[in-house]
Structures are given as C-alpha cells and as structure tokens.
Ligand binder design. Structure first.
Ligand SMILES: Nc1ncnc2c1ncn2[C@@H]1O[C@H](COP(=O)(O)OP(=O)(O)OP(=O)(O)O)[C@@H](O)[C@H]1O
Ligand SMILES: [Mg+2]
Length: 661
C-alpha cells in the first residue's frame, strides 16, 4: 500500500498532493507533528487530530516494508492454514511511567524510534511484523514464508533487539525492552480488521504464550518455553528459570532465559547432539573417503564434494570419517559457513582461527594477540602474515608486526595468501583433513580462498571434504583430484535399521516400522525424528527386547522439529500449498511426492503430461486440479510419502482438507 491509498482509505484524498509535494513517505510519516501537518496545508485542527490518530493506529512507525508486506500478504484471499509459527512479542519497558513523565509528542517520537528499530531488525531476519499494540510489537517467524530455522531466527532477532534498543537514547530517555518467544501450531485464518490495520488472524495458544512470557521477562532479556528451546538445541547459552504458572495456560510452563549465542561452531553438533548413533549404510561413500584419504596423506591431495538435500547425512558422513580415522596421525580442521554471515568476508576462516586460538568472551586484545600467536606458532607464520591474520580478527597491529598500508584489493590478496601459507605450514607437521561445511552459505571471499586451496591441494597432504546442498553450484567439478558424491536416500533396509537403532536396538512392531519407512522417504533426519516421536507418543510399551503396540496405530503427528524445514520446502514451492482431494479408484490417496522431491517449476508442465517417472520414481501421472493451488500425484494403496507428511505437518492441510484426502 502507498501513502496515497492510505489517505484515500481515511477519506483524506484532498491531501494526497500535499503529501506528495512535501515528499512524505513511510519513513517520515510516523515523525510528523501537528506543526508539520499545519505547514503542509492541513489547516483544521480536526483533520490534524484524525491524521495523527491514524498514524498512531498504523503502528506509529511501521516501516514501508513491514506495512507493505502485511497489506499485500493480507490481500490474497486464501483458506485457513495450519502451520507452525514462532511468535515473538516485545515490549518497551516502563512506557506507562514514561507517558506520565514526558510530553505526548516526545513519547510518540520515543515509541516511533523503538518501533523502527524493531522493524529494521525484523527485516534482517525475515520476521513478519504483524501488529503494533501500543508500544508492543507482535512478530511472526514462519509466516508468510517459512524457513528451516525460524525458531533460531526469532531468538537471534530477540537478542539483537535487546542489544540495539538498550543502546538507544531518544529525547534523553534510555530505552529497554523485554522479549517473549514461543513456538507452536496455529491456524492462520481469515482477514480481520479493515483498511490499514487489516491482517490475518492467527489462532492458537502460541501468541498468548509469547505475550505472557514477555510480561514475565526481566528488562533486557529474552525468554523462551520448551517448544522453542527444543528447536534451538545448543545454539545458545541459557539460564533455566524453572516452571512458571501463566494465566490462561493450563500446566506450568518450563522457561529459559536466552543469554547469548553459544560458542559451538557446528550446527550439526548443536542441533543433533554430540552422542552419535552408529552410521547406517553409506558403505560406498565411506570407502571413497578412505581411499581418498589414503592418497591424500602421502601428498597426493584430494577434494571430495559431498552434496545432498538437508538431513540426508552429509555432516554425519564427515563425522563418521573422523571416527574411522581414530588414532591416526592427522590434524582435523573444521570450517562452518553460516546462513547469518553470508555477507561477512572470510567468516568461516575467522571463526576457525578464533576457535583454534581459544579466544574467550571478554579477552582483551592483548590476550587475544598472545593466544593467536601461540596457536599460529604451529604453522610458523612470517611476521607479515601474522599482521594480516591479526587484522582479519580485528586485532590492533602490534609494533613487532605492523600492517603495511595497502589498497583493499591488495590487502585481501595478502590475507588470502597468509591463510594459504598457514594451512601449508600445518601440513609440514601432519597431514590435514579439512571439513568445510555448508558451502551453500559461503561468502564470496571464502569462495576465492577455496579456489586457491583446491588448486594448491594437489601437491599437499590434505583431504578436503566440502559439504553443500544441491542449490550450490561448485566450480571445481572436473578439476584434477576432485571427486563428487551426491548422497541418495536410504533404501528400505537401511531405513529399518536406522529406526531400530534409534529405538535403542529393540525391535519395533511391524506396522510402526512400516509407517516410519513409508512416511520418511529415506531421509535419515526424518527417520530419526519420526521414530523419536513414535517412542514419545505413548503408543508403544517397552518390553525387555522389543516395543509392543497395544491398540491400533494412528498416523503419528509430524514432530515439531521437522515442521519448519518441511514447511520451508512447501513455501519455496509457492504454488503448492493446499491439498486438494482426489476420488480415483480404490481409495486413492494423495501423494505430495513432488513437494519432497522438488516440484517442477511450471504448473502447466506437470499438468499437461505425466510427470517424468525417473524423478518421481513411480511413473504415476501428476495431477492438477484446475483452480487449485496444488499439483499432486495419486496412487492407490497403503502408505503415504514424506510429502504428504510434509504438507500435513506443515499444517498446509486443515482438518477439513485432511478429511477429504
Ligand atoms: N547414515 C546414517 N546413519 C545414522 N544416522 C544418520 C545417517 N545419516 C544421517 N543420520 C542422522 O540424520 C540426521 C541428519 O543428518 P545430517 O545433519 O548429517 O544431515 P545433513 O545432510 O548434514 O543436513 P544439512 O544440510 O541440514 O546440514 C543427523 O542426526 C544424523 O546423525
Ligand atoms: Mg550438515
């Protein structure tokens, strides 16, 4: 929506020209005073008052992006949709007391500054500012666009709000805020309100819980319940606040204060825990890695490009290699790209150097310099290289190693060369295994360094394993000593073995195994989570050597840990949202296989001909229901694929839709 439409909505079209001529945009709007309005030609007191009230109702400072998104998102009619959301509620501390103390116009400016700070941070994390309620802000993560890490985004955004707002002084007022976050299933439903404040209703306990947690949070803290805590694992450090009784919520809620991001570098370890179950299958991949290692360690360096969809087990294989190498003599270097640092040059290398040097929070620069020098001693760097590496870690130049005055381009080249020499220095002591994780989030400068590394590695005792998802296009394919491994889904035998392993080696009832095998489509992460869900569901009774099922087996709900990533897939495939129903023969069931396998770009293409059998693996024609936002594949028989699960779990299917399948 633009300002013009907003004025029309208020019945003030007569001021459109005045607003335009005076270049009043969404940024300026919340800052307008009564005096400003008079100056641009709003001469009556009544109109000025109405405009000021409308600006406040709009959220005082809703930025164009947030307002625009809210409105455009709300303008498409759609059916109610169940989905997992992480909801954040943040509020300014002491605003009532403030309103009694300062002039109302100053107060509006204070709240305006607070709102724009929050909105700006939300834009960075793709949070959706749903509503400004007084000075509070309600934000959704996971709607309208889901991400696999919505809970993490919300917590990071919360910490950043606390930090940034805590440094704000407006009209000599120092601001502070509190943040409550909660995750759960909601129904995103009908449009409510009208005009500028129109938005979708979100029904469920989650927003209420977030608001209650916000209210109990100490100033400048972020508080989360177990539902969110579960999804963010060890990515953050927490303070256990015990269980609290909250109004409107039946049972006491265990809550945590989030202190800060943790120093755990590996998302794999932070989210999946460090106690690994035994590797299932993957014999060929392990053989290849061991063969490459055998060549690499004698100086015939090797690069293995390991690609696969999320959850297929790339990190698990890299970890398995480390287990297999056991007591062999080698140095293990691990680099991690991060979705939050894709614009931060050399982030994985900086983070690795800091970790290897043992930097602790709050170390003064001199101590860090000392630690860096000790850690780099192993690679015996030149003084000049040390200066570039210290500078890379934002440490001040020392007298012994001053930093030469160079152009940014030259400085970058010298820094890359210093990093390369550091690796080469290490290889003189021991062969290296370098695991470079999640290259799909790499920053451009790190990619340049990888180009150098892949080129140089051929004559070094180094095995480089690069993991990435299929949307990353490596440029090193076909270069000497570069092998490519595209991970496939686990076969039926391995799916069963993995499920049994997660059940602690105890046999599971046949129908339970069937459901796990059929619904998870061979993705180990899905198998793990669904099996755990089954075990926690209370449907199974544990005996000495097996689990038994006492009654009939219902379809177990998709675990919350999978909601976000499955929904993110659905949202990426914008047209695939709602499940339609199919009649079709002998209780044909709808299979949203295409969702899990990557849907075709064009709706028409799939609708006009059978979907390529190789891709879907069944040769069953894809169906397309005219007027429906979904294509699907139907087949008779039992079982349902992960895609159906994806849609269900994602909550794309409301109860009414589900009944029709
Ligand atoms: N072959 C396997 N045997 C046993 N467990 C496995 C196997 N493959 C994967 N897993 C388990 O499945 C989960 C997902 O695996 P992993 O995190 O390695 O996937 P990934 O491909 O690295 O995903 P992402 O792209 O999100 O990083 C982990 O808990 C892992 O331990
Ligand atoms: Mg991984």
């Amino acid at each position: 929506m633009d300002i013009e439409a907003w004025l029309h909505g208020l019945g003030f079209e007569r001021y459109v020209a005045a607003f335009r001529d005076n270049e009043i945009d969404w940024e300026v709007l919340p800052k307008l005073t009564s005096e400003d309005l008079r100056e641009i030609g709003v001469t009556t007191v009544g109109h000025r008052r109405k405009l000021l009230d409308a600006i406040t109702a709009l959220g005082a400072s809703a930025p164009p992006a947030a307002v625009g998104a809210a409105i455009s998102g709300a303008s498409t009619p759609a059916d109610a949709e169940r989905r997992q959301l992480t909801v954040m509620f943040c509020d300014l501390v002491g605003s009532t007391e403030l309103s009694a103390r300062i002039d109302p116009e100053d107060l509006r400016e204070v709240i305006g500054a607070y709102h724009s700070t929050v909105a700006e941070i939300m834009t960075g994390f793709d949070g959706f500012v749903s509503r400004y309620m007084g000075d509070g802000v309600l934000v959704y993560f996971g709607y309208p666009q889901a991400h696999e890490d919505d809970a993490e985004r919300a917590v990071r955004a919360g910490l950043e709000i606390i930090d940034t707002v805590g440094r704000l002084y407006v009209k000599s007022v120092k601001l502070s805020t509190r943040v409550g976050i909660a995750t759960g299933l909601v129904v995103v439903g009908d449009l409510i309100g009208g005009g500028a404040v129109q938005e979708r209703s979100v029904v469920g306990e989650t927003p209420n819980l977030a608001a209650r947690l916000q209210a109990l949070a100490e100033p400048n803290t972020v508080v989360i319940p177990a539902s969110t805590r579960r999804l963010v694992g060890a990515l953050f450090e927490y303070r256990d606040l015990g269980s609290v009784v909250l109004k409107g919520i039946a049972a006491p809620v265990p809550v945590w204060q989030v202190l800060r991001p943790s120093i755990v570098a590996s998302r794999f370890e932070a989210l999946r825990g460090s106690a690994l179950s035994q590797l299932v299958g993957r014999d060929e991949e392990m053989d290849l890695l061991l063969r490459c290692w055998a060549r690499a360690k004698v100086g015939d360096g090797q690069v293995v490009l390991l690609s696969g969809e999320p959850g297929l087990g790339k990190s698990r294989i890299a970890a398995a290699l480390e287990e297999r190498l056991g007591a062999e003599r080698y140095l293990h270097l691990r680099y991690f790209c991060s979705p939050y640092h894709q614009d931060s040059p050399l982030f994985p290398f900086i983070e690795q150097l800091e970790r290897a040097s043992g930097f602790a929070r709050g170390d003064p620069p001199a101590v860090k310099q000392e630690k860096l020098a000790t850690s780099l001693a192993a690679s015996a760097p030149l003084d000049e290289d040390f200066a570039f590496l210290a500078d890379l870690l934002s440490l001040p130049a020392s007298e012994r190693c001053p930093l030469p005055d160079l152009s940014p381009q030259r400085k970058k080249e010298r820094t890359l060369a210093a990093l390369m020499r550091q690796l080469e220095g290490l290889t003189r002591r021991q062969p290296l295994v370098i695991v470079f994780e999640d290259a799909h989030w790499i920053d451009p400068t790190s990619r340049e360094l990888l180009d150098l590394l892949v080129e140089r590695v051929v004559s070094l005792p180094v095995l480089v394993i690069l993991t990435f998802r299929p949307d990353f296009r490596p440029s090193w394919n076909g270069q000497p000593r570069v092998s490519m491994v595209a991970l496939t889904r686990l076969d039926r035998h391995d799916r069963t073995a993995l499920a049994k392993q997660i059940a602690g080696g105890k046999a599971l009832p046949e129908e339970v195994v069937e459901q796990i095998v059929n619904r998870t489509d061979g993705v180990p992460l899905f198998i793990e989570e669904l099996t755990k869900s089954m075990l926690e569901s209370g449907l199974l009774r544990e005996e000495r050597e097996r689990y038994v099922l006492d009654g009939a087996l219902p379809s177990v709900a998709i675990p919350s840990t999978l909601h976000d990533s499955l929904l993110a897939r659905l949202d990426r495939l914008a047209s695939v949202r709602l499940v339609a129903q199919t009649g079709g023969g002998d209780r044909a069931r709808v299979f949203l296989r295409a969702v899990a396998r990557g849907f075709p770009a064009s709706r028409e293409r799939a609708a006009s001909r059978p979907y390529p059998s190789r891709r879907l693996g069944t040769g069953i024609p894809a169906w397309h229901a005219p007027g429906c936002r979904l294509q699907f594949q139907a087949r008779a028989g039992a079982g349902c694929g992960a895609c159906e699960s994806a849609a269900q779990c994602a909550g794309a299917i409301t109860r009414a839709d589900r009944r029709s399948i």
